[in-house]
Design a protein around this ligand. Structure first.
Ligand code: HEM
Ligand SMILES: *[C@@H]1O[C@H](CO)[C@@H](O)[C@H](O)[C@H]1NC(C)=O
Ligand SMILES: *[C@@H]1O[C@H](CO)[C@@H](O)[C@H](O)[C@H]1NC(C)=O
Ligand SMILES: *[C@@H]1O[C@H](CO)[C@@H](O)[C@H](O)[C@H]1NC(C)=O
Length: 380
């Protein structure tokens, strides 16, 4: 626990977006070269022996560049700082994601999180957390979920017990789908193509995963998919193939059946961050567009091919679908409600109920972020 290696410090010579190690907002400065080649502390290095890596290619890349601890055991403040400095995520979005990670998969007292598998002795204070073991981001159905872009579903026989590692067959499928809506020779991983691919992955999970669960929190997965065209392109440009290969660690290979092998995720050379911060209102609008482009039902399988939709009558989700006239602000507030209260449609399933201490941690972090949006807040 005390021996945790920390992120390489941000210095005045290379301030990036201007976020410091105190977990507070930076300056939102974009168009920055990341990492600066002279900033050797943040140069790419493969994961050291015993390091944690997991389902989030973004977190893996941060660790491989020392923007969070290279051993993959990170903290809330490191996460908030690193997301702003590397991708120019808005402070609000950085806090939302760091809160979800720490509260659902890490420790609310030490504010530590493993970005891969269980590291409870390194994240918890007394050897156990409030939920017992702290499984890290690998934990299934807390944050990590089914129908991911490039990770196999947890319960599939082929992947059971896997650490949510990169699946090159899925990367090839994603590339082929986005090629069908852009140009086959120069595929763009854009909104249109990813909307289609997300729906394809849903259909695949319905057909193949008897334990498929796709609750409304899966809207967060649409959020992660928007990062591909909002955060990954250099200088806010086009989401092209070589950038993606670097950020996903996909290596074209003529001898691999899928056409790719894999390597650790890496920020591409001469890469610049987007110019303006990517905020919660921004991501909410993109999630809406990606979902409504190819809408699917929320719910779960009872067997292969047998899907039960979740019905709620809260006006935003009805007949298992997001209603057509939901606004970006309403969607942002729905995300708050899904993560910050227990009155969620997820309670219809046997998904984990959060203890009050964890809910209090979540509302403590998120209320200041969602209050300016006018969302009804949970203040118990
Ligand atoms: C504290 C911040 C973050 C946490 C805790 C986090 C956690 C996660 C988790 C648990 C998943 C798996 C979801 C699933 O099962 O599909 C995921 C997916 C993903 N994340 Fe993150 N994330 C964070 C920030 C970011 C950022 C800033 C980026 C990009 C710049 C990013 C890129 C992605 C992508 C592209 C995926 C989809 C991967 C795939 O399905 O193949 N994440 N993230
Ligand atoms: C990767 O995904 C493909 C397509 O869904 C699947 O057939 C294969 O078993 C997966 N590989 C692993 C190691 O999970
Ligand atoms: C998962 O990761 C742990 C720790 O990094 C490793 O010991 C284990 O072999 C991995 N399991 C699989 C199935 O890859
Ligand atoms: C579900 O479908 C997958 C893929 O076709 C198959 O491997 C698996 O055996 C099926 N499971 C059940 C319980 O039928």
């Amino acid at each position: 626990n005390v021996n945790r290696r920390t992120a390489a410090p941000i210095t005045s010579q290379f301030p990036y977006s201007g976020a410091k190690s105190n977990g507070l907002p930076g300056l939102g400065k974009g168009n920055v070269l990341v990492p600066d080649p002279a900033d050797t502390a943040h140069a790419f290095q493969p994961p050291p022996p015993g390091a944690m890596r997991g389902p989030c290619p973004g977190m893996n890349a941060l660790a491989n560049h020392g923007f969070i601890s290279r051993d993959g055991i990170t903290t809330f403040d490191e996460l908030v700082q690193a997301q702003q400095n590397v991708w120019n995520t808005g402070y609000d979005l950085a806090v939302l994601l760091a809160t979800l990670g720490v509260a659902l998969d890490g420790d609310i007292l030490t504010e530590k999180l493993s970005i891969g598998g269980d590291a409870t002795p390194k994240t918890a204070l007394l050897g156990l957390g409030l939920l017992g073991k702290e499984g890290g981001l690998d934990t299934h159905n807390t944050f990590e979920a089914d129908a991911s872009l490039t990770r196999s579903d947890f319960f599939l026989p082929s992947s059971n017990g896997d650490n949510h590692s990169f699946n090159s067959t899925l990367f090839a499928m994603m590339t082929s789908t986005v090629s069908s809506t852009s140009s086959p020779s120069a595929p763009l991983y854009d909104l249109k193509g990813l909307s289609l691919y997300r729906a394809q992955r849903w259909s695949q999970s319905v057909a193949e995963n008897p334990n498929f669960y796709f609750g409304p929190k899966a809207l967060l997965l649409y959020g992660a998919a928007t990062f591909l065209y909002e955060l990954y392109p250099t200088n806010g440009g086009l989401p092209d193939k070589s950038t993606f290969e670097s950020f996903f660690g996909a290596v074209p290979s003529s001898t691999s059946p899928s056409g790719y092998t894999s390597q650790p995720e890496r920020i591409p050379p001469s890469w610049f961050s987007r110019s303006t911060p990517y905020t919660i209102p921004d991501v909410a609008i993109q999630i809406l567009e990606m979902y409504t482009g190819n809408p699917v039902l929320f719910g779960g399988n009872t067997a292969n091919g047998s899907f039960d939709a979740i019905f709620t009558d809260d006006g935003l989700i009805s007949d298992g679908r997001l209603s057509a006239d939901v606004t970006g602000t309403q969607l942002a507030c729905l995300i708050y409600q899904l993560v910050a209260t227990d009155e969620t449609p997820d309670s219809l399933s046997n998904i984990l109920k959060l203890p009050i201490e964890i809910l209090n941690f979540i509302t403590g972090k998120l209320n200041p972020i969602f209050e300016p949006l006018g969302c009804p807040l949970n203040t118990d």
